[in-house]
Write a protein that binds this ligand. Structure first.
Ligand code: MEV
Length: 458
């Protein structure tokens, strides 16, 4: 790393801001930004504004040093509030998803994640970008029915009244129905229990459109429960959504020619083979799959947090989805392909449930979340899921690429050293030398950094 920004971006950033009407529209924006990390905060914000990623209001907000949630809002959000909790928000750069460019807000404490994802997003954009699709926004509401005398009869009674139950659920949320959503269908499952306590589980399938949907689905599940009790003659207990949102999946993919994967002296074909082997390892071994998926979630959860979504729900659903055939499996997989001209490709695919909202909750309350949405400039929760799927795949690619070649420690080490050097009080001018000397000592601690800094200064 150098402290000198590439001339072109420094010039861009130093220019007085272009008039709003001449800034690129969302389909014309260019997310390919080199040397962003070398710019100072104002230069970064200027550049984003001129590229059309930041509107005036968001620019002003991010320029304020004390911007954030604020105690008053926090106090309205949860009980017993005593403060707020901050995380860095960075931008995943260089993304092209379904032919459109994005810079992606990510809230995360771990160094390397944002840099790594921007690096692989750049590789994939050079290969045509990510293709991502969220086909449906159906969530499942579960109603647990116990003590049915005859489970088959109870099941039949519920299925016969399918339309009435759906209608009853929709009367509880007419606005969602007006938007084209609402309860759409119903399924009944019988769960056999060796302890003899067999149960019936009714699934209400609800199209939640751009909401995450928990409140809506829970209200509907509670609302139809008394009628289900009447129909089955059983006793209804739990009425709650399922976070295994397997009707709300995102499928993301990318296809990269080997030569785009050449890296630090490793030939692209070798890198691609190493990544495919790493993918097989995760397919075969849950111990590896867990770490592989942690890497995917580094990207997905940080976008989830920045966009004000319930990352616990998304994570629970994604991990549960990986176990559907009884073994815990990778969320993203990679294989090799060859075209008729003998050109080799690395092909990546990711499928996970994405229970996300772009309306309601923190998207209305949290000022930084609002700005993150403006930067993303998406039209729907499905589109947010499509971007997130691409981020997950890019993050996984970054981890596997490093792991299958030089290992992850060298990249981590320099970022860690940089943050230790900053804590030790290094100025911009001192930074590069201090980081280099700190890495050489193999003792990357603040005390060591302070000692070297004192030597440098004397
Ligand atoms: C570290 O945060 C994530 C990785 O362990 C993911 C992986 O091993 O694939 C590098």
């Amino acid at each position: 790393m150098t402290n000198q920004a590439p001339e072109r971006n420094r010039q861009d950033a130093a220019q007085p801001s272009a008039p709003a009407e001449t800034r690129p529209s969302k389909t014309e924006r260019n997310s390919r930004i080199s040397g962003f990390y070398n710019l100072d905060r104002t230069e970064r914000l200027n550049l984003l504004r001129d590229r059309g990623f930041l509107d005036e209001e968001s620019y002003e907000y991010l320029s304020e040093t004390d911007s954030g949630l604020g105690f008053e809002t926090a106090d309205k959000m949860i009980e017993n509030a005593i403060g707020t909790f901050e995380l860095p928000m960075g931008l995943g750069l260089n993304f092209t998803v379904n032919g459109r460019d994005y810079v992606v807000p990510m809230a995360i404490e771990e160094p390397s994640v944002v840099a790594a994802v921007s690096h692989t997003a750049k590789i994939v954009r050079g290969a045509g970008g990510f293709e991502s699709k969220c086909k449906s926004s159906l969530m499942i509401g579960q109603i647990q029915v116990l003590e049915c005398e005859d489970l088959d009869e109870a099941r039949t009674s519920v299925l016969e009244e399918r339309q009435r139950i759906i209608h009853m659920a929709n009367e509880l949320h007419p606005k969602m129905v007006e938007r084209g959503g609402g309860a759409k269908d119903l399924e009944v499952r019988v769960l056999e229990n060796s302890g003899g306590n067999d149960m019936l589980v009714v699934h209400l399938l609800v199209d939640v459109c751009d909401a995450m949907g928990a409140n809506l689905v829970n209200t509907m599940a509670e609302g139809v429960a008394p009628f289900i009790e009447e129909l089955t003659g059983g006793r209804v207990s739990l009425r709650i959504l399922s976070n295994l949102a397997d009707r709300r999946l995102v499928h993301s993919q990318c296809k990269i020619p080997f030569d785009r994967l050449d890296w630090k002296g490793f030939p692209g074909e070798e890198v691609a083979r190493g990544i495919a082997e790493a993918s097989e390892f995760a397919e075969l071994d849950p111990y590896r799959a867990a770490t592989h998926n942690k890497g995917v979630m580094n990207g997905i959860s940080s976008v989830c947090i920045a966009s004000g979504n319930d990352w616990r729900a998304l994570e629970a659903g994604a991990h549960a989805y990986c176990c559907q055939d009884g073994q815990y499996r990778p969320m993203a997989t990679w294989h090799l392909e060859e075209d008729e001209d003998g050109q080799g490709y690395l092909v990546g695919q990711l499928t996970i449930p994405v229970q996300l909202g772009t309306v309601g909750g923190p998207t209305k309350l949290h000022p930084t979340v609002k700005v993150a949405h403006r930067i993303l400039d998406i039209d729907s929760a499905a589109q947010l899921g499509e971007v997130m799927g691409a981020v997950g795949l890019a993050q996984n690619l970054a981890a596997l690429k490093a792991l299958a070649t030089e290992g992850i420690q060298s990249g981590h080490m320099s970022l860690h050293a940089r943050s230790v050097a900053a804590t030790a009080g290094a100025t911009d001018e001192e930074m590069d030398e201090l980081v280099e000397r700190l890495i050489e000592t193999e003792d990357i601690k603040v005390r060591t950094a302070q000692k070297i800094l004192a030597e440098m200064r004397s």
